[in-house]
Every structure is written in structure tokens, then in C-alpha cells.
Ligand binder design. Structure first.
Ligand code: GLP
Length: 269
């Protein structure tokens, strides 16, 4: 696993945005062969989305031939509810770039048959030849998408009941009222993320430091579902200094040194 450590949340976001733009450009997508991108919601990817919008407006990148699959969506809140992940994605990214609406895929948490929605989602990802790059964030309990602690590390897209910690964490978006937070969500599985050819996880802030420690220095565990990425051939964790605060000093130094050597700068010890 590659660990990229930047000073601030914004630096981390800019690095991640730039890295993925580079990947899209190298791929040179066409309508016939689009770049298939997995996307998260949450505060962590916000600096990435802001940078993509800026670079799109500057004429540096087009999303015309990008197809997106979002990670998750709440069950039972209307799509136009300000806290639905549909609304989040349109207002924070899709409305500001040139992605065609038919290229956008988000799970429908209001469908009468939720299991069918999940099955069809997996089939559609397959139909596009799989996800080229999955961008993700993590919850303070180390969950990816809504794969809460204890989720199967081989899981596929399905309905999940949210944990108390996640409902509490997400209540900040619902007037700090836990009773307003949906208790269920549709989410891609850990297995779905693992199938992507590359995975990039953005993690910022002190409140994620314990999760970062478990995921990087701990073993693979269903209690910290992102830790499954230790088994991925091309996984990157991009984090800020604050998120590394519970790592051993030696680990931080080690990963920073590798990045310096990769950029042909021999570090001084
Ligand atoms: C929710 C989402 C996750 C996201 C997490 C962290 O639980 N389902 O995909 O990673 O929140 O959000 P934030 O980045 O706001 O801390």
C-alpha cells in the first residue's frame, strides 16, 4: 500500500485531485472506452471535488468520457433532500463539470426492491468492464462506503444497517439530531471496492487518526473494513499530518522517505 502524507487537508485534496486527473488523461477515455470512476461523499473528498471543478473551468480536464459509480446512498430519504447523496454529488460536483447525466450512477435508496437495485448496480459495473479507480473516504471507525465494522470483507453491493457511531457522526448533517439520520443505506461492498483496478482513500483530520493506525499498522480485520486494502495490488492512502498522529513516528518517517526516494530525492537521516 502506498501512503502519501501531505501537510494539510487542502494539500491532500489537491494531490489526490491531481493524481486522478493524471490517471484520466493517461487513460485518454473515449465514448466507447470511458474512464470508470468510483466516488464517495462526505467532507473528505470536498477539496478533491473543488480542485476538479477549478481544473475543469480552467480547461485542463474534461469529464465527458468519465462514467461514475457512487459508493452509497441512504435508504428512504428523497433524492432532493439536501442530505441525500444524490443532492450532495450534484451540488458539489456534477452540476459544475461536463459529465453527461447518463454517465452518472448512484444507488436508488427509494426503490421498491432494494435488493434488485444492488444486484443491477453490480451488473452495470461489470458491463462497463469494472471500475478503473475507486476514490473513497473512511469513517472514524474505519468503515469504507457504509461497510460498518463486522462487514464481510468479501461483501458486494447490499442494504446495510448503520452503526451507532456512524449515525452519531452523520447527525452533524441532520441538525445534530440522531433521530433524523436514516438507519439504513445501500452500499457497495468491500469486495466491490477491491475489484477496482486502483483504490485511492483520502483521510484527513485528527478524528481519523485511530482508524489510520489500525488500517496501516494493524492487521486485516473486518472490524476496520478499509484494512482489506492491504490485500489490494494498487491501493493508495492519501492523508494529512493530522490523520497520522497515532501512527508510530517510525512509520511516518518510513512512508515519507519512500515518497522522497520515488521522487529522486535521497532523504537525510
Ligand atoms: C459516510 C460515508 C463514507 C464516508 C464517511 C466519512 O459514512 N458513507 O463513504 O467515507 O461518511 O465522511 P467524512 O469524510 O465526512 O468524514
Amino acid at each position: 500500500m502506498r501512503i502519501v502524507i501531505k501537510e494539510t487537508r487542502d494539500d491532500t485534496g489537491r494531490w489526490t485531485a491531481d493524481y486522478i486527473i493524471g490517471k484520466i488523461k493517461t487513460f485518454a477515455p473515449t465514448a466507447e472506452k470511458p474512464f470508470v470512476l468510483g466516488l464517495p461523499t462526505g467532507s473528505s473528498p470536498m477539496p478533491v471535488y473543488e480542485e476538479w471543478i477549478r481544473r475543469y473551468k480552467a480547461g485542463d480536464i474534461s469529464f465527458k468520457n468519465v462514467v461514475t459509480f457512487n459508493m452509497d446512498e441512504y435508504v428512504g430519504i428523497p433524492e432532493d433532500h439536501s442530505e441525500s447523496y444524490h443532492a450532495f454529488m450534484y451540488s458539489n460536483l456534477f452540476n459544475h463539470i461536463d459529465i453527461p447525466p447518463e454517465n452518472i450512477n448512484i444507488l436508488d435508496g427509494n426503490a421498491p426492491d432494494l435488493e434488485k437495485v444492488c444486484k443491477d448496480y453490480e451488473a452495470k459495473i461489470k458491463q462497463f468492464g469494472g471500475i478503473e479507480l475507486f476514490l473513497g473516504g473512511i469513517g472514524p471507525d474505519g468503515h469504507i462506503a457504509f461497510n460498518e465494522p463486522g462487514s464481510s470483507l468479501a461483501s458486494r453491493t447490499r442494504v446495510k444497517t448503520l452503526s451507532y457511531d456512524t449515525i452519531l457522526a452523520n447527525s452533524r448533517f441532520f441538525d445534530n439530531d440522531m433521530s433524523k439520520v436514516p438507519t439504513q443505506a445501500l452500499t457497495v461492498g468491500v469486495g466491490t471496492v477491491m475489484d477496482a483496478r486502483e483504490v485511492v482513500i483520502i483521510i484527513t483530520g485528527f478524528n481519523k487518526a485511530r482508524a489510520v493506525r489500525e488500517v496501516i499498522e494493524g492487521g486485516i480485520s473486518h472490524m476496520w473494513t478499509v484494512s482489506m486494502l492491504q490485500m489490494h495490488e494498487h491501493a493508495i492512502i492519501a492523508c494529512d499530518d493530522a490523520a497520522t498522529m497515532e501512527l508510530q513516528v517510525e512509520s511516518v518517517k518510513y512512508f515519507k522517505e519512500i515518497e522522497e526516494i520515488a521522487h529522486s530525492k535521497m532523504p537525510t537521516r
